[in-house]
Design a protein around this ligand. Sequence first.
Ligand code: SAJ
Length: 417
Amino acid sequence: MEKICVMGLGYIGLPTASMLATHGFDVLGVDINSEIVKIINNGGIHIEEPGLHTLVQAAIKSGKLKAATEPEPADIFIIAVPTPFTKEKKADLNYIKLAAKNIAPLICKENLVILESTSPPGTCRDVLEPIFKSFNLKAGKDYYLAHCPERVLPGCTLKELIQNDRIIGGVDKQSAEKAAQFYKVFIEGNICITDSTTAEMVKLMENTYRDVNIALANELAKICEKMGISAWEVIRLANLHPRVNLHTPGPGVGGHCIAVDPWFIIEKYPADTEIITLSRKINDSMPEYTITHIRKIVGEIDNPKIAILGVTYKGNIDDTRESPAVKIIAGLEKIGIKYSIYDPHVREFKYELSSLKEAFDKSDCAVILTNHDEFHCLHPAEIGKLMRNKVLFDTRFCVDHTLWKQSGFKVYCLGVG
Ligand code: SAJ
């Protein structure tokens, strides 16, 4: 079995490294953060993902997975580091460049380098190849280079890592074929070969499609509120059509992928990306739109207190990156509305977190920002007893409104007029 070096032990790198180790590969997981390395070597995890802890424990116990802060020679190098975006909304490729420079001196003939990190179209060809070239390495001759974008849905990572189809984009034919051979060992989905720039664009377009679709749903929500109907009902019924798949509205699009990736296309061709740019604008306007609603709902109440339920960017995960909740809380602070926050999945957050009881205590409005399963089982009759005013604002259409109304709650929902 080949030796694999996985650069970056985050949301993609750690599940990938552990999965490869449990498939019999010798894996070295590399992360610049020594704390993370220590946690993983002790069989622990630093991120929440269903099934991941068990997988990491098995991988470490088998001796097939080890973590370190520095890479070592290997047959295959997988780059799975973050690609954040700058204040100017441009891709920050520094982590990718650093990973490439760290592995370049270790690369030997026949080695394969795979970029899994999401990157602007052209990154393999215009950024990675020149870095390796500066170390006298020529792709297709001295080593192989391919982009194989990760496509897993946080919350379903372990299943999707194996079952999803994979797109393999080589900088040349041999590189693509060499990467395809590797993925065939553990991928149950189809393997589709293309060039590296097409693969980069495929990945970005998948997330951009979703962003544009969500923007459409958010626009629909605004219209339906004005018309006194429910966008959720419109979407449910429209989606019965065999060729319609409208997404759902919400308080904003968060996470490190959908809220970020469209910018990687916009930065390349700003004049030709009108729909993509407008969709980003619409989705980015949703936190402010949510604040305006909250303001109206508690407008009559003297010195109101809001109970915020959920701060992660979506349900049943612990990730708060680019979460609309962060913008909403900052906005509430700015206009001087008091709040307390409850999120059963988050341990550390920019703002103070409270227990469920503390969050509801003497509050005037419960605002659901994240669709965590835990919120579906809340008992409105019990919760109502803790609150000063029984008001619910559900931005995700995720709890039983009839039940809440029966318990004396006034219920508002985003997208419902
Ligand atoms: N959201 C809505 N309405 C919807 C769907 C999502 O408002 O109908 C919001 C969510 O609440 C969240 C944000 O959009 O704030 C993004 O959530 P998501 O579940 O759509 O996507 P991510 O960012 O968790 O994962 C996406 C996935 N991409 C696609 O489904 C095309 C995943 O497969 C990718 O691997 C991942 O991005 C990534 O890493 O790029």
